[in-house]
Design a protein around this ligand. Structure first.
Ligand code: FES
Length: 132
Protein backbone atom coordinates (compact mmCIF):
# COMPACT_ATOMS: atom_id res chain seq x y z
CA UNK A 1 0.00 0.00 0.00
CA UNK A 2 2.82 2.41 0.89
CA UNK A 3 4.40 1.65 -2.49
CA UNK A 4 1.18 2.67 -4.25
CA UNK A 5 1.21 6.04 -2.47
CA UNK A 6 4.78 6.70 -3.55
CA UNK A 7 3.97 5.97 -7.21
CA UNK A 8 0.94 8.23 -7.01
CA UNK A 9 3.07 11.11 -5.73
CA UNK A 10 5.69 10.67 -8.45
CA UNK A 11 3.05 10.79 -11.18
CA UNK A 12 1.22 13.83 -9.73
CA UNK A 13 -0.81 15.58 -12.36
CA UNK A 14 0.67 18.78 -13.83
CA UNK A 15 -1.91 21.02 -15.46
CA UNK A 16 -0.66 23.70 -17.89
CA UNK A 17 -1.50 27.35 -17.13
CA UNK A 18 0.47 29.50 -19.56
CA UNK A 19 3.80 30.12 -21.26
CA UNK A 20 6.52 31.09 -18.80
CA UNK A 21 7.09 34.27 -20.85
CA UNK A 22 3.53 35.44 -20.02
CA UNK A 23 4.65 36.15 -16.45
CA UNK A 24 6.93 39.15 -16.10
CA UNK A 25 8.61 40.01 -12.82
CA UNK A 26 6.00 41.80 -10.65
CA UNK A 27 3.79 42.09 -13.70
CA UNK A 28 0.27 40.97 -14.45
CA UNK A 29 -0.77 37.61 -13.15
CA UNK A 30 -2.57 34.81 -14.96
CA UNK A 31 -5.76 33.29 -13.57
CA UNK A 32 -6.82 29.69 -14.06
CA UNK A 33 -10.01 27.80 -13.17
CA UNK A 34 -10.07 25.34 -10.27
CA UNK A 35 -12.49 23.91 -7.75
CA UNK A 36 -11.72 24.60 -4.09
CA UNK A 37 -13.49 22.41 -1.57
CA UNK A 38 -15.88 21.44 -4.36
CA UNK A 39 -16.76 25.04 -5.33
CA UNK A 40 -15.82 26.78 -8.56
CA UNK A 41 -12.94 29.19 -7.97
CA UNK A 42 -9.84 30.56 -9.63
CA UNK A 43 -6.17 30.25 -8.91
CA UNK A 44 -3.52 32.70 -10.04
CA UNK A 45 0.17 32.84 -10.72
CA UNK A 46 2.58 35.80 -10.63
CA UNK A 47 6.34 36.08 -10.94
CA UNK A 48 8.25 37.52 -7.99
CA UNK A 49 12.03 37.36 -7.36
CA UNK A 50 12.31 35.28 -10.50
CA UNK A 51 10.03 32.48 -9.35
CA UNK A 52 6.43 31.76 -10.23
CA UNK A 53 4.16 31.83 -7.17
CA UNK A 54 0.69 30.31 -7.19
CA UNK A 55 -2.29 30.86 -4.87
CA UNK A 56 -5.99 30.32 -4.69
CA UNK A 57 -7.59 33.61 -5.74
CA UNK A 58 -9.49 34.00 -2.48
CA UNK A 59 -8.82 36.64 0.15
CA UNK A 60 -8.18 35.37 3.69
CA UNK A 61 -10.50 38.12 5.01
CA UNK A 62 -13.71 37.50 3.07
CA UNK A 63 -13.72 34.79 0.41
CA UNK A 64 -13.54 37.16 -2.56
CA UNK A 65 -11.18 37.24 -5.52
CA UNK A 66 -8.23 39.58 -5.04
CA UNK A 67 -7.97 41.18 -8.47
CA UNK A 68 -10.37 44.01 -9.21
CA UNK A 69 -9.02 44.25 -12.73
CA UNK A 70 -8.35 40.80 -14.08
CA UNK A 71 -4.71 39.82 -13.51
CA UNK A 72 -3.79 42.87 -11.40
CA UNK A 73 -2.50 41.34 -8.17
CA UNK A 74 0.41 43.63 -7.22
CA UNK A 75 -0.03 46.96 -5.47
CA UNK A 76 1.73 49.99 -6.94
CA UNK A 77 5.17 49.34 -5.37
CA UNK A 78 5.23 45.79 -6.74
CA UNK A 79 6.30 44.47 -3.33
CA UNK A 80 2.97 43.02 -2.20
CA UNK A 81 -0.07 41.29 -3.57
CA UNK A 82 -3.19 43.24 -2.72
CA UNK A 83 -6.86 42.43 -2.34
CA UNK A 84 -8.79 45.11 -4.19
CA UNK A 85 -11.82 44.88 -1.90
CA UNK A 86 -10.49 46.11 1.47
CA UNK A 87 -6.77 46.44 0.79
CA UNK A 88 -5.23 43.44 2.55
CA UNK A 89 -1.60 43.08 1.43
CA UNK A 90 0.17 39.74 1.13
CA UNK A 91 3.85 38.82 0.81
CA UNK A 92 4.26 37.29 -2.66
CA UNK A 93 6.81 34.70 -1.46
CA UNK A 94 4.71 33.24 1.33
CA UNK A 95 1.14 34.42 0.80
CA UNK A 96 1.10 35.70 4.38
CA UNK A 97 -1.05 38.74 5.06
CA UNK A 98 1.26 41.57 6.16
CA UNK A 99 -1.33 44.27 6.63
CA UNK A 100 -5.05 44.87 6.54
CA UNK A 101 -8.05 43.08 7.99
CA UNK A 102 -6.64 39.55 7.77
CA UNK A 103 -3.17 40.25 9.18
CA UNK A 104 -1.38 37.02 10.12
CA UNK A 105 -3.53 34.80 7.93
CA UNK A 106 -2.44 33.50 4.54
CA UNK A 107 -3.51 32.88 1.00
CA UNK A 108 -3.90 29.21 0.10
CA UNK A 109 -0.76 28.17 -1.79
CA UNK A 110 -0.98 26.13 -5.00
CA UNK A 111 2.01 24.03 -6.03
CA UNK A 112 3.59 25.38 -9.23
CA UNK A 113 6.15 23.88 -11.59
CA UNK A 114 7.95 25.83 -14.31
CA UNK A 115 9.59 23.68 -16.95
CA UNK A 116 10.13 23.63 -20.72
CA UNK A 117 9.02 27.30 -20.87
CA UNK A 118 5.63 26.38 -19.48
CA UNK A 119 3.97 26.98 -16.12
CA UNK A 120 1.92 24.15 -14.56
CA UNK A 121 -0.11 23.78 -11.39
CA UNK A 122 -0.56 20.66 -9.32
CA UNK A 123 -3.88 19.72 -7.70
CA UNK A 124 -3.95 18.76 -4.03
CA UNK A 125 -6.58 17.46 -1.62
CA UNK A 126 -8.44 20.83 -1.54
CA UNK A 127 -7.71 22.59 -4.83
CA UNK A 128 -8.77 20.35 -7.69
CA UNK A 129 -9.13 20.74 -11.46
CA UNK A 130 -12.14 22.69 -12.67
CA UNK A 131 -15.12 20.64 -13.71
CA UNK A 132 -15.40 20.32 -17.51
S1 FES B 1 -12.08 40.83 1.07
FE1 FES B 1 -9.93 41.04 0.84
S2 FES B 1 -9.38 42.56 2.27
FE2 FES B 1 -11.48 42.25 2.62
Amino acid sequence: MAGCKRIKKLTAELIPICDASALEERGKGVRFPVTAGGEEATGFVVRFSGLVRGYLNRCAHVPMELDWNEGDFFESSGLYLICATHGAVYAPETGRCEGGPCRGRSLRRIEITEKDNQVFWQPDEYVRPARA
